[in-house]
Design a protein. Structure first.
Ligand code: SF4
Ligand code: SF4
Length: 458
C-alpha cells in the first residue's frame, strides 16, 4: 500500500457517511477537477492576502480537497485550511474555470464534521449555538430580551465601569461593544396598507412572504419592519409566515448540513404553504443559502422538487424592488453614504447594481465608493468567533477603507452590520451603520409625513 494511502486508510475518511438523506457526501470530482491552477484567485482571497500561504488560498484549498478525495492525504490535512476559509466566494468571481470553491468548501466541511461526530473537543460550543439556539426562535427571542435588559437597564454601564468585561476574550469584548441595542419589538399589524393599490402579477396582486431570520429577528427587527413597509409602499402585499425558522446558512458554513436540511424542510413547508409569489430576505447570507436549498436537498426525493421551487422564488429585497419596479421616494435626504458589498450579495448572488440603484433613487443621497468594497469584513457567519485573529485583521482593513467623509455606511447583511459597527466603535468613529432598506424607508416615511424639503433645511 502506498504511503499516502496508508495515511488515508487510518484517517477520518473511514468514518465518513457517504449516503443520501442526512449523510455527508464528499466534494464532487467534476467541481474540483475544473481547477487549472492558474492562480487568478490568489490576489482576491482575503486569507491569502493576509498570510501569503498557498494552503490558505483558493487554489491550495481546492488542491487539498482533491488530494483528500483521491486518498492521497488524510481528511485531517484539509481541516485547518478548509475551516479557515471565510466562504466569502471572492475567488469564484474571478475564477475563469468556474470552480465553485464555496460549494467545495461547504461539502468538505460537512464531510469532516460528519466524520468527527462526537469526537471533537470544541464541538459542544458550536452545537450549543447552532442546534441549541439558532434552531429555536423562541430561545433566540428570549436571549434577545435578556440582552436588551442588559443594554438598557444600566447593567452594561455598570459592567463597563467596574471592568467586569475584561474577563472576556478581546474579540468578544469588541463584538459586545459593537452590538446594536436590541430594538423593542413592535409586531407590525399585517397586512400593511398598500398605498396606491396593488401591483398586478401573473395571477393577481404580487404576494411577498418575508423571512424575518434568526439574527435579524432579534437584533434588527427594526430593519424587518422597514422592509415590510418598503414592500407595501411598492404595491405588494407582505406576510410573515409564523412557522418559519432560521434559514440554516450558519449550519451549512459550519459543516452541519444535517441540521441545515431539517431547517430547510421546515421553511419549504411553511413558505410554499403561504402561496407567496416571492420569498424575500434582507440578509445576504440567508438569501444565498435559500437560493441553494435545491442543492442542499438534492438527495431527498420527498423535498428536492419543492426545494427547487422554493429557491426559484427567493429574492433579496433590493433584487425584488428593482425587478418589480419601485417608486422613487418623493422626499429628500441629504446624505453622503458609502456602500459595503456583503460577500453573499455580490459574490454569491451577483447582486451589486440593485442596492446602488435604490440609493441613487433617493433624492439628495450621494454614494462615495469605498476602496475594495467587495472584500470580506471578517464577519462570515460565526467566523469572527472561530477565527478571531483573522477576523480582526480583516475588520481593521475594512474600517480603514471606509471614507472619512461618509456619514453612514450602508450594507445588506446583518453579520456585516454587527462586525463593521464593532470596528467603527473600536476605532472611535461614530459613523452609523444602516441597511440599504432603512435609508429607503427613511425617505418614504419623510414623504408620508409631507416633509418633502431637504433634511438640512428642517
Ligand atoms: S482561479 Fe479558479 S482555476 Fe484558477 S487556480 Fe483559482 S480556483 Fe483554480
Ligand atoms: S471563499 Fe474567500 S477565503 Fe475562501 S478561498 Fe475563496 S476567496 Fe479565499
Amino acid at each position: 500500500m502506498a504511503k499516502a494511502e496508508e495515511m488515508a486508510d487510518g484517517s477520518l475518511r473511514d468514518k465518513m457517511g457517504q449516503g443520501p438523506l442526512g449523510m455527508s457526501a464528499g466534494p464532487d470530482p467534476d467541481e474540483y477537477s475544473k481547477c487549472v491552477h492558474c492562480g487568478f484567485c490568489l490576489e482576491v482571497c482575503p486569507t491569502y492576502q493576509q498570510l501569503s500561504d498557498e494552503n490558505q488560498s483558493p487554489r491550495g484549498r481546492v488542491f487539498l480537497i482533491k488530494q483528500v478525495a483521491e486518498g492521497a492525504l488524510p481528511l485531517e490535512a484539509a481541516e485547518g485550511p478548509v475551516f479557515a476559509c471565510l466562504d466569502c466566494r471572492a475567488c469564484e468571481t474571478v475564477c475563469p474555470s468556474g470552480v465553485p470553491v464555496g460549494h467545495l468548501i461547504e461539502m468538505s466541511r460537512g464531510q469532516i464534521r460528519a466524520a468527527q461526530k462526537g469526537s471533537r473537543k470544541s464541538a459542544w460550543r458550536e452545537q450549543l449555538m447552532l442546534r441549541g439556539l439558532f434552531t429555536h426562535p423562541e430561545r433566540l427571542r428570549a436571549a434577545g430580551g435578556l440582552l436588551r435588559f442588559y443594554q438598557v437597564s444600566g447593567l452594561r454601564r455598570a459592567a463597563r465601569a467596574v471592568g467586569v468585561l475584561k474577563v472576556l476574550p478581546a474579540h468578544l469584548r469588541e463584538i459586545e461593544a459593537g452590538l446594536p441595542v436590541v430594538p423593542r419589538r413592535h409586531h407590525t399589524p399585517l397586512p400593511l396598507p398598500v398605498p396606491g393599490g396593488e401591483r398586478p402579477g401573473a395571477s393577481g396582486p404580487v404576494r411577498v412572504a418575508l423571512l424575518t431570520g434568526c439574527v435579524m429577528d432579534v437584533l434588527f427587527s427594526d430593519v424587518n419592519e422597514a422592509t415590510a413597509r418598503v414592500i407595501a409602499r411598492n404595491h405588494m402585499s407582505v406576510t410573515v409566515p409564523e412557522g418559519q425558522v432560521c434559514c440554516g446558512a450558519l449550519h451549512v458554513h459550519a459543516g452541519d448540513r444535517e441540521a441545515a436540511r431539517d431547517l430547510a424542510r421546515r421553511n419549504i413547508d411553511e413558505f410554499l404553504g403561504s402561496q407567496a409569489d416571492y420569498i424575500v430576505t434582507n440578509s445576504a447570507g440567508c438569501g444565498a443559502a435559500m437560493k441553494e436549498y435545491g442543492d442542499l436537498l438534492k438527495d431527498d426525493p420527498a423535498y428536492h422538487a419543492r426545494a427547487e421551487t422554493f429557491s426559484g422564488r427567493v429574492r433579496d429585497i433590493s433584487e425584488l424592488l428593482v425587478e418589480q419596479g419601485f417608486d422613487p421616494p418623493q422626499a429628500t435626504l441629504d446624505r453622503q453614504v458609502t456602500y459595503h458589498d456583503a460577500c453573499h450579495l455580490c459574490h454569491a448572488q451577483h447582486i451589486r447594481k440593485q442596492p446602488r440603484q435604490l440609493l441613487a433613487a433617493i433624492d439628495g443621497v450621494s454614494v462615495v465608493e469605498m476602496n475594495d468594497s467587495e472584500r470580506c469584513c471578517g464577519s462570515a457567519g460565526i467566523y469572527n468567533l472561530t477565527h478571531p485573529e483573522m477576523a480582526r485583521q480583516l475588520l481593521q482593513r475594512k474600517v480603514e477603507d471606509i471614507p472619512q467623509e461618509a456619514d453612514a455606511v450602508i450594507m445588506g447583511n446583518p453579520g456585516c452590520m454587527i462586525q463593521i459597527r464593532a470596528g467603527l466603535t473600536g476605532s472611535g468613529r461614530e459613523t452609523p451603520v444602516l441597511h440599504t432598506v432603512q435609508l429607503l424607508d427613511m425617505a418614504y416615511r419623510r414623504e408620508l409625513s409631507g416633509e418633502h424639503r431637504s433634511e438640512r433645511q428642517t
